[in-house]
Write a protein that binds this ligand. Structure first.
Ligand code: SF4
Ligand code: SF4
Length: 229
C-alpha cells in the first residue's frame, strides 16, 4: 500500500487536528453568530433592491437575449419561404415544416411550421442560417406548458409582427455586419412576401403585378445564340 495512504498527513487522527483552535463558550452556543446573521439581514432590508418581484414585474431583456424563436410576420404574412435550412441546422431536431406553393404567384410558404419547445435549446442556429431573416430569437422567456402537446408551437403561435421584433432585427443587422463586413445586409426586397406591398411602402413605382409582368416580358425575350452577344 502507498505510504501516504498508510500515514495520511491531515485527518481527524493527525497531529494537525489536535492543533486546531478550540471554540470558546460563546462560539459553542452559536447565539452571537445567529444574532450577527439576523443583524445583517435587517440591514439589507433597508438597502435599495435590485431584484424583481416576478411575475408581477417583468424583466425586459436586451436585444442580445436569446428567448423563444419566433417567425417574423411581414405585412401580415410570414417571411418564411420554407427552405428547410433552419430545420437542418437545429441540433435537437425541434423544427418541422411542410412547404407549399400558392397557385397564383408560385410563392413558397410553410403549409405548417412547428417548433417543439420541449426540444429547443435556444441556441439560435435557426436564426443564423435563415436566408430570409424569417426566424429570430425573441425576448420571450416566460414559457409555460400544461402538456407535451401544448409545447408544440404551430405557425399561428410562432408568428410575431416585425414591428414587435425591431430590437432584435436591428441587433442582427449590426451583429451580422461585423461578421460579414459592411457589404452584407438583409435584402428585404428579395423576399417575395415583402415585395407584395413594396409599391405602397417603398414607393419604387412597381407593384408586384407590374414586376411579374416585367419578368414575363424578360422571359419571353429570345435568348442569344452565343455567349459573346
Ligand atoms: S434555437 Fe436552436 S434548438 Fe431552438 S429551434 Fe432554433 S436551432 Fe432549434
Ligand atoms: S425560417 Fe428561414 S431557414 Fe427556416 S424554412 Fe423559413 S426561410 Fe428557411
Amino acid at each position: 500500500m502507498a505510504k501516504n495512504l498508510e500515514n495520511p498527513t491531515v485527518n481527524a487522527l493527525s497531529d494537525n487536528y489536535k492543533k486546531e483552535r478550540k471554540l470558546n463558550f460563546l462560539e459553542k452556543l452559536y447565539i452571537p453568530e445567529i444574532l450577527k446573521g439576523l443583524w445583517y439581514t435587517l440591514k439589507q432590508m433597508f438597502q435599495p433592491t435590485f431584484t424583481l418581484n416576478y411575475p408581477e414585474e417583468k424583466w425586459d431583456p436586451p436585444a442580445i437575449f436569446r428567448g423563444r424563436p419566433v417567425l417574423v410576420e411581414d405585412h401580415g404574412k410570414e417571411r418564411c419561404v420554407a427552405c428547410g435550412l433552419c430545420a437542418r441546422a437545429c441540433p435537437p431536431l425541434a423544427i418541422s415544416m411542410q412547404a407549399k406553393e400558392t397557385e397564383d404567384e408560385k410563392e413558397r410558404y410553410p403549409d405548417f411550421f412547428e417548433i417543439n419547445m420541449l426540444r429547443c435549446i435556444y441556441c439560435g442556429y435557426c436564426e443564423e442560417v435563415c436566408p430570409e431573416e424569417a426566424i429570430v430569437m425573441s425576448k420571450d422567456y416566460d414559457i409555460v406548458f400544461e402538456s407535451r402537446e401544448d409545447a408544440i408551437y404551430d405557425k399561428e403561435r410562432l408568428l410575431v409582427p416585425k414591428e414587435d421584433l425591431e430590437d432584435r432585427l436591428e441587433y442582427l443587422k449590426n451583429y451580422r455586419n461585423q461578421q460579414f463586413g459592411s457589404f452584407w445586409d438583409f435584402q428585404e426586397e428579395n423576399n417575395i412576401h415583402s415585395v407584395r406591398d413594396r409599391d405602397r411602402d417603398w414607393n419604387t413605382g412597381l407593384s408586384l403585378v407590374d414586376m411579374i409582368e416585367q419578368q414575363k416580358n424578360n422571359d419571353s425575350t429570345p435568348a442569344s445564340d452565343s455567349w459573346s452577344a
